[in-house]
Design a binder for this molecule. Sequence first.
Ligand SMILES: *Cc1c(COP(=O)(O)O)cnc(C)c1O
Length: 522
Amino acid sequence: MAMNSQGRQTRAANEMNAEVSTHTGNKALQIEEPLIFERGAEGGSGVDLPEPEGIMPRLGGQQAESAPELPGLSEPEAMRHYVRLSQKNYAIDMGIFPLGSCTMKHNPRLNEKTARMPGFSDIHPLQPESTVQGALELMDRLAGWLKELTAMPAVAMSPKAGAHGELCGMMAIKAALVARGEAGTRTRVLVPESAHGTNPATAAQCGFKVDKLPAADDGRVDLQAFKSKLGPDVAGIMVTNPNTCGLFERDIREMADAVHEAGGYFYCDGANFNAIMGKTRPGELGIDAMHINLHKTFSTPHGGGGPGSGPTVLSEALAPFAPVPFVVSDEDGFRLVETAAGEGEQAFGRMVAFHGQMGMFVRALTYMLSHGKDGLRQAAEDAVLNANYVQKRLSAEMTPAFPGTCMHEALFSDAFLKDTGVGTIDFAKAMIDEGFHPMTMYFPLVVSGAMLIEPTETESKFGLDQFCDSLLALAKEAKSGNTERFEAAPVYAPKRRLDETQAARKPVLRWQPEMAEAMAAE
Ligand SMILES: *Cc1c(COP(=O)(O)O)cnc(C)c1O
């Protein structure tokens, strides 16, 4: 009998389809949660206020004619609604989050403590600079660490995510080309097939033509194919290192030299910096721009597309084009250069209203200072060690996508599921029944049925063994022909398989009151 991640026995597979339906739709203490608009009733309120008397509106006839359509609930009802929703979210604080390419590591509580210090949390970007010298110094200190870790002379701190940092780097490249008078001719950007989708999207957003670089059989950029694509119309390349197959691009120096010789720039996607921080410095590899996801490498929380932070380091060639604002210091202290004049004369513009994600800056610097130089290096080494441990153990039943050791993530193909009748997606759904969030599925695209596992350095051997034991058991079960539990999975989740085709083809992006009635009628 199989065990779940808590070591409890799970039901035999043939019992798993026997679903008990409850009167409420709830499953044990997992409450079926309607939308707050479906819950709320008119007149419901968290407070009782007396009817206002003798009010003289002073809005000159501009007042709203009807009440806003807000759900009416009492305070405990609203509270419970959001707490229940939060419990439906899986989180790094609950267990391993093995999503490859995302570096979901533990967010140390010390980070939270410093971020809540009033001198950082209770300040406003429009305060006079003389009253926020400490905050500006912190930004400057963090920028110093990022420049030191990457051996790059400049860093733009304002981008608010990795993808935003890519945009920053590519806009700096565009600005440099404009300054050279070559923006009209250098229009092509080379992007490997295995790239994260944000890379080609960013290049396209900046008006470049995306030219796909094929991968060689060993999962790395095909150097010859790459060289043959260089020409006078190439603006640059966007390469991830270590790449999304979890492999170090060994030819990176040669690629950098070749693209520079051809007159282009080298953008490096630094999302995987966790594997190399303190070991290798991108500036020494010939890179011109690279974003660093603070929410990946430097342990600040990920959260539903935000609040991320993606500072972008820039080479000597691109530094003058860095966006405003940026921090400078002189004998009078720290200040922000806010306009594209004077020190910011060549800035390509501004990417955010203010200076970036202050709370994330505090957390990231806390992480750096608490680890120190040696600690950061060890984090990278342990992340690589953990990934190789997982790769080695799982290789007993699963198919590694490429031979040899990996960097920070272990990539498998679906070859081990061939002829079992169990698909990659079924395998992932069965992991949910076992109490594990699935790894990254079907990415990178260059590997059939890709399963990309990034354990990070913050998982213990105990945790990794539980995870590996469970996946090995599932792989054996799939091979033994027990397809039923996979087809049915997830059996224990509050929601089973959703109609993903329908969701993709006909997304419902806005709730309307009539929808509740229409659904009730169905
Ligand atoms: C996460 C990631 C990005 C995008 O970063 P966000 O912070 O999510 O915008 C880009 N490239 C790679 C390889 C990534 O893993």
